[in-house]
Design a protein around this ligand. Sequence first.
Ligand SMILES: Cc1ncc(COP(=O)(O)O)c(C=O)c1O
Length: 365
Amino acid sequence: MSAVSSRLPVFPWDKLEPYKATAAAHPDGIVDLSVGTPVDPVPALVREALAGAANSPGYPTVWGTPALRDAIKGWLEKRLGARSVEHTHILPVVGSKELVAWLPTQLGLGAGDQVAYPRLAYPTYEVGARLCGAEPVVYDDPTELDPTRLKLLWLNSPSNPTGRVLPKDELVRIVAWAREHGVLVFSDECYLELGWEAEPVSVLHPDVCGGSFEGVVAVHSLSKRSNLAGYRAAFVAGDAEVLGELLQIRKHGGMMTAAPVQAATIAALGDDVHVHEQRERYAARRAALREALERHGFRIEHSEASLYLWATRDEGCWQTVAHLAELGILVAPGDFYGEAGERFVRVAFTATDERVEAAVKRLAP
Ligand SMILES: Cc1ncc(COP(=O)(O)O)c(C=O)c1O
């Protein structure tokens, strides 16, 4: 038996454990800013919808209920400005991480094919390429890649870890290049609702895709937008042919979103108030941490959107991690996201107001 796990990168979070222990020894406790996991409550209307659908004895479908697809269509049109969305342009997934990890396999990619993603990126794009035996390739500008063997191009705007947003004209240029070369574009837009100094644009916006979804798919998640990471609620939208194929495969694989989660997703997509409230919480935490880090001698780059500050003291990231751990603050080293991040740390602002305040005090010069 050949171990598939041997193809995968070493799970990097183990390397952070000693620093976590140091931070946890702080007399006032750890401030963990190393992961982007929501900490605020699930909105009441979403919990009520989940509970209201608790009596769901039958199997759900992979494609989801028509009501779920209607809710997604409504959101795509209203929030992203997408036009002429049909149900065939929509596919629910069980949180977006599983989609990212298994997409290359489900697209039938393998040895000889290439999957490309940003030089600094969420590690699961590489995992997905390696799971199916395709070659992972990083880029600074995707249009400089050799398209010959390139089958799947990942975009991620706003970016994890840098918070960078791709301007609309960049997206237009990249989508045109990919279409010209027959390269499928998957655009991971799970932080789209979290723009601070930039307004993220979707690949499904008519100005970018020209009103046709051919060769483009957007990935969206409710984990960050609606504090639903624990529910596993996400969807993809775009090219009907690609999604039709994925639907067939995912039906055979039993990749169904739980019925109560489908009901909760409908409620969450139909409400903007909780999104606004959650944004306000994050905006305050972001401003406080940003100021405290800058006063402490950090420089912040990009970070115009998402849930992270991309920060450097112009030293190796592990030195910075060690320094902050002594103050009881845990952050993620930039090299978790690619070698190019080796002089940065990623500081998540997904911590309670009380913990953010504690971090701000500890960072005071
Ligand atoms: C860029 C990016 N894509 C996808 C995900 C996965 O999110 P989820 O599986 O909760 O939808 C994350 C999670 O942090 C992420 O940062």
